[in-house]
Write a protein that binds this ligand. Structure first.
Ligand code: CUA
Length: 366
């Protein structure tokens, strides 16, 4: 009790409005707001000067970039104002050494509290409505849209064009045509993302997620996995090529011919596990299973670096190559991590496909 006495005397002496720390400072709040406003304007100017976005290559990109700009313009003043008041208060009202006294008793300020609840509430609600309108616009179903089934698996993307009856490891799209991506995963969470298109969607086990967009710029962009999905996550990158409509039709035609020529007998060539047949093409299996996203193999034009270079095998014993595919942990090459390569290729591949793949790998040694 004795420690508290001097404080009680302090408050009793002076009227509470004249805190000695505020003497000579007539309008600290006005000054803080002035500093905050100036800092906010500088912050907004810097924000707008920075080029945040990559090239835009889809119809939705413009709306999304504008939404981002609006969010930044609204967030900067809030951040700057709060930080200005906080830093100003820390410096200006710092307790003097040895001052163990309580601050002046304040019971709150209803007007201030109403202001700092109402303004953020209006801002957040308005931004949420704006964001919802933009998203709704983008996700609207379009006439004449082309469906592309996207499948993620550790660590590759595969693309299926059901109407065109084409499967591909590369995403190829016609320009100025609405696309509906139906996204799935064979194993864990992945996230399908083309930064130039702006849209991104998780591939969730057991679900099919959908994004719709219309590529509006011819070019080659990266397809990125944006969800940490295992050790090979950073290598889960492929390309999307946006082509003029005629070139796209040409590509589809070429894929079909290759598909029919390379795969075993026409109709049965679509199935993955069930297919196969005597003439199973090792290179096609290598590509379709996404081996190239982790392994280098010059013969297949693959340059992955997560696993060993398969064109330079030290042990070219057939049984060893087979075992390494079916049971990758049996013998792990030095310098490479264990447990990265999926252990289920023995189930995924038919015996014929496995034979073809082993044969292909042995033939592809440099
Ligand atoms: Cu798939 Cu990260």
């Amino acid at each position: 009790m004795s420690e508290r006495e001097p404080i009680a005397q302090d408050t009793a002496k002076g009227p509470p409005e004249t805190d000695p720390r505020l003497e000579g400072e007539k309008h600290p709040v006005a000054r803080m707001i002035a500093i905050g406003v100036i800092a906010s304007l500088v912050g907004i100017a810097i924000t707008l000067l920075i080029d945040w976005f990559p090239t835009s290559a889809s119809g939705a990109a413009g709306d999304i970039d504008t939404l981002y700009d609006v969010l930044l313009i609204c967030s900067v003043p809030v951040f700057v104002l709060v930080m200005t008041i906080a830093i100003y208060s820390v410096v200006r009202f710092r307790a003097k050494p040895g001052d163990m006294g309580d601050g002046p008793p304040i019971h709150g300020n209803t007007r201030l509290e109403v202001i700092w609840v109402t303004i953020p509430f209006i801002m957040v609600t308005a931004l949420a409505i704006y964001g919802w309108i933009v998203l709704n616009d983008i996700e609207a179903k379009a006439q004449d849209q082309m469906v592309v089934n996207v499948t993620g698996q550790q660590f590759t993307w595969t693309f299926e064009y059901p109407r065109q009856n084409v499967n591909s490891n590369e995403l190829v799209l016609p320009v100025d045509r609405p696309i509906e991506f139906k996204i799935k995963t064979k194993d864990v969470l992945h996230s399908f993302w083309v930064p130039e298109f702006r849209l991104k969607s998780d591939a969730v086990p057991g679900l099919t997620t959908i994004i719709r967009l219309e590529p509006d710029r011819v070019g080659r962009y990266e397809v990125v996995c944006a969800e940490l999905c295992g050790l090979g996550h950073s290598t889960m990158r492929q390309f999307v090529r946006v082509l003029p409509a005629d070139d796209f039709d040409g590509w589809v035609e070429k894929q079909r011919q290759e598909g029919e020529g390379g795969a075993p007998a026409g109709e049965s060539g679509e199935g993955e596990g069930g297919g196969g047949g005597a003439a199973a093409d090792g290179e096609q299996i290598f590509t379709a299973q996404g081996c190239g996203s982790c392994h280098t193999l010059a013969a297949a034009g693959a340059s992955g670096t997560v696993g060993p270079d398969l064109g330079k095998l030290e042990n070219t014993d057939e049984a060893f190559v087979r075992e390494s595919i079916v049971d990758p942990s049996a013998e792990v090459e030095q310098g490479f991590p264990d447990g990265v390569m999926p252990a289920d290729f023995g189930d995924k591949l038919s015996p014929e496909e496995l034979d073809a793949l082993v044969k292909y790998l042995l033939e592809s040694q440099e």
